[in-house]
Write a protein that binds this ligand. Structure first.
Ligand code: BG6
Length: 497
């Protein structure tokens, strides 16, 4: 037997990508609510209303820039915001969870929408309707024997914090976050045991809007905000442990940006890969070890970045180390010092993030490199570095699915992806001795894509009849992978035929 008996098989989601009901029961808008729809080639945008009352759009990828002074981020007339409606999970969660239970899920990762609990983020008292909604969700999961795994903030800082204080650049946001996290730990004590503070915190390197609601790519701004998030995370971990010592609280990295290969064995390429990987490791180094690594401090010194570290911050970071390392893994990244090396997908708005083409690997419909062995490499590297339990809290394949007669999808490509990644994970556990807590498939039910805003980029075992032109019945159908994953879970990862 490779995997622990209590291995957490299941799936992962995020509130802003599936709940919809964006104004229900007093919910305030979040940073996800001002991102328009996009496609594989056309970038999503951020919308705002300028000081003259005129609407405007900003870039979502690449170099982010602030809007004119006096602007307010807001949805604007005539634009399309796919996250507003999601897949209506707010109203359908009982049926959706029942389908996941049918697959035998042991765990479901979901996030709490911060602005359902504190509509502006700044209130002293939480919103009861929001808290009650998640009581319903967690109770429903427990009734089905499914363990909730909760991300406290998944790409959805309340928009008011951004408009009023420029969000995470302001230290007051730390207190707002700790108040919010404390509210969750107290309210859901005994119902939720597995937590993560921030989703993919290292996204601050590449898209500070998703990470923190910052329309900026200036490291002087983004790294200060990242510091505040790290302090907030450590304070939340401390409080979470005080409220319930049973709580297991992890960090969460996008390790697609941590599993970095040099394009060649040129020492300069190897060094570049090391440097880029450290941009990712920096966050877990702080969250797992409790202090800033020397390479990051030197970078700040060199680039004149002042993060405003206080003695109290240093204490908080030391005292709030995480219990496990959670990470997402979709792809590896290859880098080269030679600017003429072909990019993996030159037409993608994410082209710089996706890196250069690895000649040994294929790519998905969205240009994401498919690399199952990279998952084993990731597990080995992370375990070697921290010797803490690891948790794969996202892995998946976004693909174009064709619903066929009989209301199913023959998604053998998804099954192949799953099989190869589970085999790699098995090798890491069986051969390399990695301590792995669980495996959560991203998007067990089709939901809104974070990078493109599309429904067309489907991940689910459950098909949702919703299209990018806002048509569709929202009905749910089982794909072929539904039965396959069920079999894998029932055999604790042994039956991969
Ligand atoms: C992760 C995020 O980066 O990747 C999710 O945590 C996201 O929110 C997932 O949905 C897949 O990315 P995308 O862009 O295909 O939705």
């Amino acid at each position: 037997m490779s995997f622990r008996n209590d291995f957490l098989w299941g799936g992962a989601t995020a509130a802003n990508q599936l709940e919809g009901a964006w104004t229900a029961d007093g919910r305030g808008p979040s940073i996800a609510d001002v991102i328009t729809g996009g496609t594989a080639q056309r970038s999503r945008t951020l919308t705002y209303v300028g000081p003259d009352g005129k609407p405007g759009h900003l870039e979502f990828f690449g170099d982010l820039h602030e809007p004119p002074q006096g602007s307010t981020f807001a949805p604007i007339e005539g634009e399309w915001y796919p996250n507003h409606d999601g897949i209506d999970f707010y109203h359908t969660y009982r049926k959706d969870i029942a389908l996941m239970a049918e697959m035998g899920f042991k765990a479901l990762r979901l996030s709490v929408s911060w602005s359902r609990i504190f509509p502006t983020g700044m209130e002293e008292e939480p919103c009861e309707a929001g808290l009650a909604f998640y009581d319903g969700v967690f109770d429903c999961l427990r009734e089905h024997g499914i363990e909730p795994v909760v991300t406290i903030s998944h790409y959805e800082t309340p928009l008011a914090l951004v408009n009023e204080w420029n969000g995470w650049t302001d230290r007051r946001t730390i207190d707002c976050f700790v108040r919010y996290a404390t509210t969750l730990f107290e309210r859901y004590r005994g119902k939720v045991r597995y937590w993560m503070t921030f989703n993919e915190i290292n996204v601050m390197n590449t898209n500070a809007w998703l990470g923190a609601g910052l329309a900026s790519s200036d490291p002087k701004v983004t790294m200060r905000a990242a510091h505040h998030m790290l302090v907030a995370s450590s304070r939340a971990v401390k409080v979470g442990h005080e409220i319930d010592p049973q709580n297991q609280i992890g960090c969460m990295l996008t390790f697609s940006q941590g599993m970095v290969y040099p394009y060649s064995c040129r020492p300069e390429d190897v060094h570049k890969a090391w440097e880029l990987a450290n941009r990712c490791y920096f966050f877990s180094d702080v969250q797992a070890r409790g202090y800033y690594p020397s390479y990051q401090l030197k970078r700040y010194e060199r680039e004149g970045i002042d993060i405003g570290m206080t003695e109290q911050d240093e204490r908080d970071l030391r005292e709030g180390c995480v219990d496990y390392i959670g990470f997402s893994y979709y792809r590896s990244t290859t880098v080269s010092t030679d600017p003429t090396t072909p990019l993996v997908d030159p037409d993608s708005p994410m082209k710089e993030i996706l890196g250069v083409k690895n000649p040994y690997l294929t790519v998905s419909d969205w240009g994401w490199t498919i690399d199952p062995v990279g998952l084993r490499n990731a597990l080995d590297n992370l375990y070697d570095r921290y010797q803490k339990p690891l948790f794969i809290v996202e892995n998946g394949l976004g693909a174009v699915d064709m619903l066929k007669e009989g209301h199913t999808v023959d998604d053998d490509y998804r099954i192949d992806f799953l099989r190869s990644h589970i085999e790699a994970m098995k090798d890491a556990v069986e051969i390399d001795g990695v301590d792995l807590m669980g495996y959560l498939w991203w998007g067990p039910i089709d939901l809104i894509s974070a990078s493109t805003g599309e429904m067309k980029k489907r991940y689910g075992f459950i098909y949702v009849d919703r299209n990018d032109d806002n048509t569709g019945s929202l009905k749910r159908f089982r794909k072929k992978s539904f039965g396959w994953y069920k079999k894998v879970i029932a055999s604790n990862g042994e039956d991969l035929a």
